[in-house]
Structure formats: structure tokens, C-alpha cells
Design a binder for this molecule. Structure first.
Ligand SMILES: [Zn+2]
Length: 498
């Protein structure tokens, strides 16, 4: 645990103005890596998704992924940025074992997108986050520290390296210093990340799963004495991997730096690491740009996107995620509470929207995705969109329920089959024999048999005690393996015993 003194949050705000900056890495979901044809699929046997290019072997030459450039431009446009008419890649030189070339190809003073702004809503009020740049670069491999208790480098006996991730395209989005947020600074940071996550998914450029490192946030925080216009010394907290942690990291650094400054100390410019316990710890002192000896990458041609192409891409930018939420909330007519539940379940809004597009009523689609399917995903530690069922499948199942072909119970059984990989809903129904029995003769025979087997219940129903029909309905449903429409069975029983 850290031994930092912390100042009360409100006391910090009385004396200082917080300034935050967010550097976010977005891992692109292109099929292949940035400079080679290797797959970008998550996971896989270590070092199987590699080639001479992404391993940096001598003589291997990179070729830029056109789709990655398209993604970077669309990200820039979605952030309200200007798109460079000409820009280059640069080499960032350093020694890192997870980058076997000993340099990272990035962009330095010529980013593909620059000078934008996005509005986020804080308690219903828009707050503008100024964007400095969005540039392209490549991801590094993964270090796996072995032989220690914690999996951290400090107590590791040795380290393994997996280069599967090395060379996957990244777009780094950097804000300008965000001033004027005051007490709302932690919320602004969170709302901005929330915006980015939703917008990257809507653009289809990244899966943007923070827990998988597909959206990684470095949080810069500094404090400026009230009335001053000179920015204070900032710290950079690395790889904060959830929305909640982003908010907490801002609060923690504000309180920690407040205590340092109020005690007459100076904030050290450094990299810090976020700990799930809710605090930051000092890492290395921060390198400056000069340390990296940037120079233009000689193995790649400059990027000069055709303005007509950029304009065509502009037409593909989705609406602001908050505007979309408001539009869907109004269109679906769900209660405030049901819609709130939907937003709380990660991925549910998109799943429901796609299910509604496939012809399902919003209320039914919401029920499936935030109920049964959210439960199944939870049990298996999966995200909703990892479940092997499509929104179209869900719409089909719900359609069959409404047509009376399936009861709710049978529908869940069909969902089971689809999740188990038995095929489409129709195939599962055929294979498992799940459709509701529509054959009136078969139903009638089962009703007659149930009445004959339970004369006591039958007599009570004849006397007008219709609740006694429950036992008979149960017997019929059991005899039919649950594949009868209970309302129809009840009607038949009452008809016969009238
Ligand atoms: Zn490769």
C-alpha cells in the first residue's frame, strides 16, 4: 500500500485548478497487422502470429496497411480533427525487449489527424474536450514474467516474450490540456473514455475492450494554483484499464499532488502505475521526446490521402454516442429504469439495437440481452458480443414465441442449443424437437388422459373451482414434455369440464 499523504478533494479544489490530459491507445481491429499480413486475433499460441517483418529480422521491409490508414482517418474525423494532406512515419528509438526491432514506428511531428474537439455530457451539460492529435503507430509484444508469486517483474526468475501483438496497428489519441473542469475533472476523464469506447465500436475500427488492452488510457494530471496561468508539473499514470479506474486515478493524483504542494514540496515529473487497490505508485522518471531520437522512417513512403477519399470517409462517421442513446431511448419507449439497465450492461445497447433492426420489439430484445443472455455471458466470463448467438437469432426466437410456436421455456431451450453450437434456431428446433405441439388430436388425448387420471381435480373444476385446473394443466404439460401451449391446454380442460 502507498504511504502517500492525501489532501481532501474539496480542499484541493479550494486552492488549485486541476489540469488533465488523456493519452489513449486504440488497438485497431484490422484483420492483419500494421506492416505485414500476420493475424491480429486476440490470444493464440505465443509467437505463432509472427513473421520476419513483425519480428524485425534483417532485410524484412514493412508495407503499410491501407485499412489502418482508413481507420486512423475516420477516428480523426470522428474527433473533429483536420486530416493531414501529407504526413510521414517516424522511428522512435529505444531498447525494449517487447519490440525486437529496438524501435517503434510511430508518427512524431506529422500526425495524420490534429486539432479537433469532442463534447461530452456531464450531468446533462456539454463539456468540450480539445484534441491535439491522433497518430498511427504499432503495438509492442507482451512480456510474461515467470517464476514469481505476483507475475510482476520485481520478483520474476525469468521473462518470456510473446510477439503475437507486436506490429498490430494502434492509433494514439492525445488531448490538449483540459482546463476549466474543476470538480468535474474526474467525471470529464471518465465521460471522455466512455465516448471513445462507444465511438470506436460504432466506427468499427476497434473492439475497444479495456480489459483486453484494446483501449488503454494514460492519465496526465497536474495542479495549478488558483489564479495562476502556468501549468504545474504533471504525472502520467499508465495503463488505467477501466472507466472507473480512469475517474479514480484523476481523484487520487489530485489529492496526492495537493498534499505534496501544500506541504511545500514539488511534484516530480514521472510515470506512475495504477493499482487496482485505488492508488498510483511511482515508476520511472519520464523520458522526453529528445531521448527517443526520432527520425523519419526510411522504409515507408509518406501518407498523402486523397482529399476526395477523406470526404467520402467523412460521410461514414456515426452520430455522437450520446445523441444515439437519446435517439434510441425515445424510439424504443423503454422506461427510464429499463433503459438505465441496458446502459449498465456492457455491449447490450448495440446488441439490442441490432436485434430491433432484425425485427424484434425493443422491450423483448432488452429482456433477452439484459436477462438470460447477460446471465449466460457472465457465467462464462464473456462479453455479450462474444456469445455465439447473433441478434438475428434472438429476433427469430422471439418471433417464434410471439407466433405461439415456442413457449418461454422452449425458447430458452432453443437459445441453449444455439449457444451450444447446434446451428440456427430453426435447426435447433428441428434437431431437439422443440416446437409447441399444435396437433389438436394429440393435445385432446393428453387432456382426456389427465382428467381420467385425476378425477378429484376434475370434480373440483366442474364445481367451478377453476384454480384446480392447475394440477391438470401440469399433468398435460408433463405428458407433452413441456411442448404444449399452456393457455390452449387450460382452455381445452375448461371446455371439457364445463
Ligand atoms: Zn508479421
Amino acid at each position: 500500500m502507498p504511504a502517500d499523504d492525501l489532501m481532501d478533494f474539496d480542499a484541493v479544489l479550494e486552492r488549485y485548478e486541476p489540469v488533465i490530459g488523456l493519452e489513449v491507445h486504440v488497438e485497431l481491429s484490422t484483420a492483419s497487422k500494421m506492416w505485414c499480413g500476420c493475424s491480429t486475433d486476440f490470444g493464440g499460441e505465443p509467437n505463432t502470429r509472427t513473421c520476419p517483418v513483425c519480428l524485425g529480422l534483417p532485410g524484412a521491409l514493412p508495407v503499410v496497411n491501407e485499412r489502418a490508414i482508413e481507420s486512423a482517418i475516420r477516428i480523426g474525423l470522428a474527433l473533429g480533427c483536420s486530416i493531414a494532406t501529407w504526413c510521414r512515419f517516424a522511428r522512435k528509438n529505444y531498447f525494449y525487449p517487447d519490440m525486437s526491432k529496438n524501435y517503434q514506428v510511430s508518427q512524431y511531428d506529422e500526425p495524420i489527424a490534429h486539432d479537433g474537439a469532442v463534447d461530452v455530457l456531464i450531468d446533462g451539460e456539454p463539456f468540450t474536450v480539445p484534441i491535439e492529435r491522433a497518430h498511427m503507430e504499432e503495438d509492442a509484444g507482451k512480456l510474461i514474467h515467470m517464476g514469481g508469486a505476483t507475475g510482476r517483474i520485481q520478483d520474476a526468475a525469468y521473462t518470456l516474450i510473446d510477439y503475437n501483438r507486436a506490429g498490430i496497428g494502434l492509433v494514439e489519441i492525445v488531448t490538449k490540456p483540459i482546463l476549466g473542469a474543476g470538480a468535474r475533472a474526474p467525471q470529464v476523464a471518465r465521460a471522455y473514455m466512455d465516448f471513445l469506447r462507444d465511438q470506436m465500436r460504432a466506427l468499427g475500427v476497434s473492439h475497444a475492450r479495456m480489459e483486453r488492452g484494446q483501449l488503454r488510457c494514460d492519465v496526465n494530471v497536474s495542479l495549478m494554483p488558483k489564479g495562476s496561468t502556468t501549468l504545474g508539473t504533471r504525472t502520467e499514470t499508465k495503463n488505467v484499464n477501466s472507466l472507473r479506474a480512469v475517474e479514480q486515478a484523476v481523484v487520487y493524483e489530485m489529492r496526492r499532488q495537493g498534499a505534496v504542494l501544500a506541504g511545500g514540496g514539488r511534484v516530480t515529473q514521472e510515470t506512475r502505475h495504477w493499482h487496482e487497490g485505488g492508488y498510483t505508485l511511482a515508476g520511472r522518471s519520464k523520458e522526453t521526446a529528445e531521448d527517443y531520437r526520432y527520425f523519419p522512417e526510411p522504409d515507408l513512403v509518406p501518407v498523402a490521402p486523397d482529399p476526395a477519399w477523406v470526404e467520402a470517409l467523412r460521410a461514414t462517421i456515426p452520430e455522437h454516442p450520446q445523441a444515439r442513446r437519446e435517439r434510441l431511448r425515445a424510439a424504443w419507449g423503454l422506461s427510464e429504469r429499463d433503459f438505465g439497465d441496458l446502459l449498465m450492461t456492457e455491449g447490450a445497447l448495440d446488441a439490442v439495437a441490432a436485434t430491433v433492426d432484425a425485427g424484434c420489439a425493443p422491450a423483448a430484445a432488452r429482456k433477452w440481452w439484459t436477462g438470460e443472455l447477460a446471465r449466460r455471458a457472465n457465467e462464462q466470463g464473456l462479453a455479450l458480443d462474444d456469445l455465439p448467438i447473433t441478434p438475428r437469432d434472438v429476433a427469430t426466437v422471439q418471433g417464434l414465441v410471439e407466433a405461439g410456436v415456442l413457449t418461454d421455456r422452449l425458447a430458452r431451450n432453443v437459445i441453449d442449443g444455439v449457444l451450444a453450437g447446434e446451428g440456427s434456431p430453426e435447426e435447433v428446433i428441428a434437431r431437439r424437437g422443440l416446437a409447441v405441439e399444435r396437433d389438436e388430436d394429440a393435445l385432446g388425448a393428453a387432456v382426456d388422459a389427465a382428467i381420467a387420471a385425476d378425477p378429484g381435480a376434475a370434480a373440483r373444476v366442474r364445481e367451478g373451482k377453476t384454480q384446480a385446473a392447475g394440477a391438470l394443466i401440469g399433468a398435460v404439460m408433463k405428458a407433452m414434455g413441456g411442448q404444449a401451449d399452456a393457455a390452449r391446454v387450460r382452455a381445452l380442460i375448461l371446455e371439457r369440464l364445463a
